[in-house]
Design a protein around this ligand. Structure first.
Ligand code: NIG
Ligand code: ZN
Length: 411
């Protein structure tokens, strides 16, 4: 099956040879082909070029992209999309003055979602999660990472990871699964966190590994959740099962989690709303991708990740949604890219690079996703008629998506 896009106003993120990640000032450049064509074959990008030199093709389905932009689909490298119910009440509590921390201390927050999830059947959880997955795919997300972490018992963590597996089987979108058993300490282990970590390491991890349910391991390294020492322990255990770390750090406090992540060769360190000079230093020269989650900052009214300092110090940066019921009940990557420009002072080029090439790196799929490169997955956003790519983050709140393609098929 061949699919040919013609008269593309702007073909974005064109890389003749694969680029796995963009550091610092490299993020300013977004290679763009004006008035272009692109051919897909068997779900992959076969060729592309300028309309001035378009070859003649036979047996192709043609899409006229006049006035439209064709670009790689968004890659969302950090989500908690599998969850039960919602936390609308906590939203109202925060409007009325409580903080996220105060709500968590009262037994709300992650523990509230864990209770709901434990009481929800696997089937119901699947149906709720599938609806969210379909929603984000329509908004241009063509690859996504999904975490466990609202189970907090062996049974419920496995239930979450099996739902992710079922989503992988039933949807064309690329999905990576992350085991986040260390998301919060369950009530029953309030005074014995070590016993919970033992359960996580000695019972949950072996079962998850045996059934091949996770690609990555995560931990919420934060005051009131898990310490740096806990982080070392969980990540070292994950290594034994080939679970590469992708961790939650520096959301509210800088306590040394980034250093721990880098020492364990974390693929990414995520959140980073609070950064100290030593955090920048440990990231320099590492293979770890910093990931910012601006819609979490918007929803919780907490600081935004200091993107400018990160990029201007020569580091790479990726963007993701953090879609979850407590801190970010939104999986809209278009909004994330707008917020990155508006609130974090990233240029449109930097934000688009952060949500495509660098996001692919943070998900471990750089070889196959994230750019318009021959042989990569034919995963695209075809926009409505827009004047140029800068209009996408500028006109925030609108998605401007005409259609989304995954593996060369319109979804
Ligand atoms: N910070 C930790 N975990 C999630 C939020 C969890 C929740 O509130 O349910 C996050 O990334 O923001
Ligand atoms: Zn998160």
């Amino acid at each position: 099956m061949k699919l040919l896009f013609t008269n593309i106003r702007q073909l974005l993120q064109v890389r003749e040879t694969n680029v796995t990640r963009l550091n610092g000032s490299e993020m300013k450049e977004l290679p763009t082909l004006e008035n272009a064509w692109l051919l897909c074959e068997d779900g992959r990008i076969a060729d592309f070029g300028s309309m001035e030199n378009i070859p003649s093709f036979e047996d192709v389905e043609q899409v006229d992209a006049s006035g439209k932009i064709l670009m790689p689909g968004w890659i969302d490298s950090h989500t908690h999309l599998v969850y039960a119910g919602n936390r609308e009440q906590e939203f109202v509590d925060r409007i009325n003055g409580l903080t996220y921390e105060e709500i968590a201390n009262k037994g709300g927050g992650i523990l509230n979602s864990a209770k709901k999830l434990q009481e929800t059947s696997a089937e119901d959880l699947y149906v709720q999660s599938a609806r969210r997955l379909e929603e984000v795919m329509k908004m241009g997300t063509t690859a996504i990472e999904i975490k466990s972490g609202y189970g907090l018992t062996t049974e419920a963590e496995l239930k979450m990871l099996k739902v992710i597996k079922r989503l992988k089987e039933n949807y064309p979108i690329e999905i990576k699964a992350t085991f986040l058993g260390a998301h919060a300490v369950p009530k029953e282990y309030k005074d014995n966190k070590d016993a919970y970590l033992d359960l996580l390491i000695d019972e949950m991890m072996p079962k998850i590994a045996q059934e091949g349910l996770a690609d990555y391991v995560d931990i919420f390294c934060e005051k009131g959740y898990f310490t740096v020492e806990d982080t070392h322990k969980v990540l070292a255990a994950g290594e034994k099962y080939n679970l590469t770390p992708k961790i939650h750090v520096n959301q509210f406090n800088s306590i040394g989690g980034i250093k721990a992540g880098v020492e364990h060769k974390a693929l990414s360190v995520d959140h980073l709303e609070v950064m100290e000079p030593e955090d920048f230093e440990v990231l320099k020269g590492s293979d770890t991708m910093p990931v910012a989650l601006p819609s979490c900052s918007l929803f919780l009214t907490i600081p935004y990740t200091p993107a400018r300092e990160i990029i201007d110090s020569g580091l790479p940066l990726a963007l993701a949604t953090d879609y979850n019921p407590g801190s970010t009940p939104s999986g809209n990557m278009n909004l994330v890219v707008s917020l990155a420009c508006i609130k974090m002072k990233m240029n449109p080029e930097e934000a688009i690079n952060a949500a495509t090439i660098n996001a692919a790196y943070a998900m471990g799929i750089s070889d196959t996703h994230g750019s318009i490169t021959k042989g990569k997955a034919a995963n695209f956003i075809l926009t409505e008629k827009v004047p140029s790519y800068g209009f996408l983050p500028y006109s925030f709140g609108a998605n401007h998506i005409d259609s989304v393609y995954i593996n060369g098929k319109k979804i």
